[in-house]
Design a protein around this ligand. Structure first.
Ligand code: GDP
Ligand code: K
Ligand code: MG
Length: 282
């Protein structure tokens, strides 16, 4: 169908389907992804005469696909390359939800955050400063209450604006420490030489390979056995070094750095807690 594709993505139970329904109403089509029983929900949203195809992606915690749902969601993002991701984030579980946001940014697809369930967060005494988060992460953040539809038009305006400016979206390149950064650089060089027309950032592919992502490793193997062997040699070296020096593995170090980045954002005043302990008695 014609129109610009926007994927609604986020952790399970963040409110994706509720938001999707609020945005698309009856203009929905439900099918299946080829070969699997995961539901594929698509719907239309029109803003100022521009038609958008919205996809309600299955819930995911990570871009390393551990479940069928995550596999489908990741494949969709890489193969169908939506113009933008509307990342539905549960405002009450900001830190955990942003772990996925960081990974979307690493993948390099423009991201707009729907800071959802701000009503429930507020009831629990949690206030998120969306503008601050937006500034720190350099992505649009729009507070929403998917259940009532509050914020949905502002959200779609922000997503449309993001797509208009989209060409300048660079993938986020976090530092994962010297050892991993150097390995990534080397792997990226190897990948670029063998696969110049890759449909995802080469550093992202290297990162996934280093995170021991089986599907990514198989993909590299299928592209070229020499590529696989060269990448595997770098990986084995890092694995050994990190095991010797830190008694851990690259995927744990990478996850630690992602969480470190998120924690540092949050510490800069993104979240206020209503400390009124007497609240229950008032
Ligand atoms: P999904 O798994 O991401 O598709 O999440 P759902 O759309 O199924 O929503 C999970 C639950 O959260 C449902 O019970 C929704 O009614 C509820 N929900 C969704 N958005 C909001 C919101 O903004 N505020 C509140 N209070 N509840 C919400
Ligand atoms: K659900
Ligand atoms: Mg859902």
């Amino acid at each position: 169908s014609t129109g610009i594709t926007i994927a609604l993505a986020g952790n399970p139970n963040s409110g994706k389907t509720t938001l999707f329904n609020a945005l698309t109403g009856a203009r929905q089509h439900v099918g299946n992804y080829p070969g699997v029983t995961v539901e594929r929900k698509e719907g239309a949203y029109v803003l100022n005469g521009q038609r958008f195809n919205l996809i309600d992606l299955p819930g995911m915690y990570s871009l390393t696909a551990y479940s069928m749902e995550e596999m489908v969601a990741r494949d969709f993002l890489i193969q169908e390359k939506p113009a933008a991701i509307v990342n539905i984030v549960d405002a009450s579980n900001l830190e955990r939800n942003l772990y996925l946001t960081v990974q979307f940014r690493e993948l390099g697809i423009p991201v707009c955050i729907a800071l959802n369930m701000v009503d429930a967060a507020r009831k629990r005494g949690i206030e998120i400063h969306g503008e601050k988060l937006s500034r720190l992460m350099d992505i649009p953040v729009v507070p929403t209450v998917a259940r009532s539809g509050q914020g949905k038009t502002e959200l779609m305006r922000a997503a449309a604006q993001l797509i208009e400016n989209g060409s300048k979206t660079e993938p986020l390149a976090l530092s994962y420490g010297k050892d991993i950064d150097l390995a990534l650089q080397e792997m990226q060089g190897i990948i670029c030489a063998v696969l110049p027309d890759l449909n995802c950032p080469p550093r992202w592919l290297a990162l996934k390979f280093l995170e021991n992502d089986e599907q990514i490793q198989t993909f590299c193997q299928k592209q070229s056995i020499d590529l696989f062997i060269a990448l595997e040699a770098v990986r084995k070296q890092v694995v050994k070094h990190i095991d010797d020096t830190l008694a851990t593995c690259p995927e744990a170090v990478i996850a630690d750095h992602r969480y470190g980045y998120i924690k540092s954002l949050i510490r800069q005043g993104v979240v206020s807690h209503n400390q009124d302990r007497n609240r229950l008695f008032l």
